[in-house]
Structure formats: structure tokens, C-alpha cells
Design a protein around this ligand. Structure first.
Ligand SMILES: [Zn+2]
Length: 352
């Protein structure tokens, strides 16, 4: 994720995030729980939706989990002790398999005797990473970063693939499969599953037309642009194309009037403005990448073009390589760049 200079023209519903563990009513039956996160993101927003259990009793569905840590567990335990008002937790819905969203899925499902609702791709990715602790990823990361022109640095970087090296509780063996267009009855309301791509391969947003609320996950964030990376071990060969397609899909499907509930930063209005800003952001970056590729460039050459205002540590470098490769690949798909392979396997990109 990167800071976004053009974050204008959005209306925020709140001035700041509530303290970790505090519960805020967005609407009756839709509540907001902030969970702390290490690092610059600082927190993730989780959502608590009034639901019914199988016998028609009152309950609460959870959306996303927070990272696998004792602090997150303490926040949840505090909520179970004080925030349920005698109701049961009915189910866990997870937007996508990044560790701040799925990290406690195994623990929550076991602790509460509930089941996981998630898309097939995100479930299998989350399960793979939780079982092999990122092993497969390190190998594929190494290959990708070598192709990106990082040379010897590739090895250290591949081994550091940070977000996937963060441990998660084991992702449950079974799941209810969410598909694009599914309508979930959660309590008194229908929520439509809207699958987005590019940030994660099968990311589920939830849209409730009656409440005019859109749970955006990481697909649409205010203030920062969602990370879009060609990502080792992921089955998405052209994530930026898919991210941009999703911006158009959301513009056509989800009305501008919705209250957007993002996973980071603050709830906001004016979704369509934000979609346009994100589109402009990537168009500008593509222009910079194309200009840089007047002569043959590797992904590593392009990183300082995209991130010229920031000094990158190793963890950020991994994301930056992923983002550079995503932009270069999109340039190839749209026939604005040609890719050649050097004898040592490194990819070179040049304007057509
Ligand atoms: Zn994410």
C-alpha cells in the first residue's frame, strides 16, 4: 500500500479510528471494531453484522479477523465478554487471504464452533500459506525477483516475503464457498457478494442495497492505494488489468450513494470519486513506467521511478518489485511494452 497524494473529495463519516476494542454503531445492526496492527497501517477495521442462527435466535456474524497475535485475541475475548449481549456468534466471513484478514480464522472457528465463509481461491491460498508457512512462496518469489533483475539481492528478498511469512492460525479445512453475485441473508438484510480482483485474486466485498452499505475490504481504500502486485505463488498473471477492470465493475454496479466501509482508515462517502482517483493514480504511474522504458529496463530499474519519494526497506522492496512487475506486465498486455528475456533469464521491457 502506498500513501496517496490525491486523496481529495471524499466525505468521511468520522474524524478518527475508535480505540482498539471499542465498538461503534455504523447503523443499527452494523458495528465497527478496530483491531490494532503492527507497522504503518496501525489497524484493521472489522465489521460485526447482526445475524440469525439456524434456530432463528439473535446472533452476530463477523467479517474478517485481525492478525494472528495475542493482542488480537485479547480484543476478541473482550468483545465476546462484553459486546455480544447474550447472543451467539453465527459465522465468520473473510474478504480475502491476507494475514490481517484471515490470521485468526482457525482460532475463531474453533473457539466459537463456527464456520468460515470465503471464496474458493482465497480459501485455498490461505490454507496453503498457513500449512507451508510460505515455503512455496519463497521459491516462486526467488524465481520472480531474479527475472525482475535483482541479481543476488533476490535471494534475501525472496526469503523475506514478509506478509506471507506472518504466521496464521491454521485456516479451517472446510468452508462455505462465496461466489460473485451470491446473495447472503445476514439477519434482516440481503448482502450481495461482489468479487474484486487485482489486490487479491478473489476478494469478496459485500454490498447491502437496502442499507446502502458497501463493505469494501482492501479492494477500495481511502488515503492509500491498495497494493497491486504480480505476486509469487498467486494465480493472477495480470493483477493490474484485473484491478482496473474491478474499478469499472464497481462503478457500474455499486451506487455512489453507499457508505463505504474499508478495511483500513475511515468509512467514507463518494465511492465513485475514489474509484476515479484510483484509476487516475494507476494511469499516471503507467505513463511514468512507459516513459522510463524508452530504453530497455528491468523491474528493478523501474522501482526507483515508481517509488522515487521513498526509501525502501527490504519488506517494502518486495512489495515495490511486485508493483513494478504488475505495471510492466500490464504494459505488455496492452501492447505498449515488449518483453524480452536476457540470456540469464532477466526480463527486459521496452516501449513498442
Ligand atoms: Zn489485503
Amino acid at each position: 500500500m502506498s500513501p496517496d497524494a490525491g486523496a481529495i473529495a471524499l466525505d468521511y463519516l468520522y474524524d478518527r479510528n475508535p480505540d482498539p476494542g471499542a465498538i461503534v454503531d455504523i447503523e443499527p445492526g452494523v458495528r465497527w471494531l478496530t483491531m490494532p496492527l503492527p507497522g504503518s497501517l496501525a489497524h484493521i477495521n472489522l465489521w460485526l453484522l447482526d445475524d440469525k442462527d439456524e434456530d432463528g435466535g439473535d446472533g452476530v456474524a463477523l467479517v474478517d479477523t485481525g492478525i494472528f497475535s495475542n493482542t488480537s485475541k485479547e480484543v476478541w475475548e473482550h468483545f465476546f465478554a462484553t459486546g455480544l449481549g447474550g447472543r451467539k456468534v453465527t459465522r465468520l466471513i473473510v474478504t480475502h487471504a491476507h494475514p490481517d484478514h484471515i490470521g485468526l480464522a482457525g482460532w475463531l472457528c474453533e473457539r466459537l464452533g463456527i464456520e468460515l465463509w470465503i471464496s474458493e481461491t482465497e480459501w485455498s491460498m490461505g490454507r496453503r500459506f498457513s500449512l507451508d508457512a510460505g515455503r512455496i512462496l519463497i521459491d516462486s518469489g526467488l524465481a520472480l525477483f531474479r527475472r525482475g533483475g535483482l541479481g543476488k539481492e533476490a535471494e534475501a528478498l525472496a526469503a523475506s516475503r514478509p506478509s506471507m511469512r506472518i504466521p496464521t492460525s491454521p485456516v479451517p479445512e472446510n468452508h462455505h464457498r462465496l461466489r460473485d453475485g451470491d446473495v447472503l441473508r445476514i439477519g434482516a438484510h440481503d448482502w450481495r457478494v461482489v468479487v474484486g480482483r487485482g489486490h487479491a485474486p478473489e476478494h469478496c466485498c459485500l454490498w447491502c442495497p437496502t442499507l446502502d452499505i458497501f463493505i469494501a475490504g482492501d479492494q477500495v481504500l481511502p488515503k492509500i492505494t491498495p497494493n497491486v502486485s504480480l505476486w509469487p505463488g498467486r494465480d493472477d498473471p495480470d493483477p493490474l488489468a484485473h484491478f482496473i477492470e474491478t474499478l469499472d465493475k464497481l462503478r457500474d454496479l455499486v451506487p455512489d450513494s453507499v457508505t463505504v466501509l474499508p478495511s483500513h482508515n475511515l468509512p467514507f462517502h463518494r465511492l465513485h470519486n475514489r474509484l476515479r482517483q484510483l484509476r487516475d493514480h494507476h494511469d499516471e504511474r503507467m505513463d511514468e513506467v512507459l516513459a522510463a522504458c524508452d530504453s530497455p529496463k528491468t523491474a528493478a530499474d523501474v522501482v526507483p521511478v515508481l517509488f522515487r519519494h521513498r526509501k525502501l526497506d527490504q519488506r517494502q522492496m518486495a512489495f515495490a518489485m511486485g508493483e513494478a512487475l504488475a505495471h510492466l506486465q500490464y504494459g505488455v498486455t496492452t501492447r505498449r511494452l515488449a518483453r524480452e528475456e536476457r540470456a540469464d533469464g532477466t526480463w527486459l521491457f521496452q516501449r513498442t
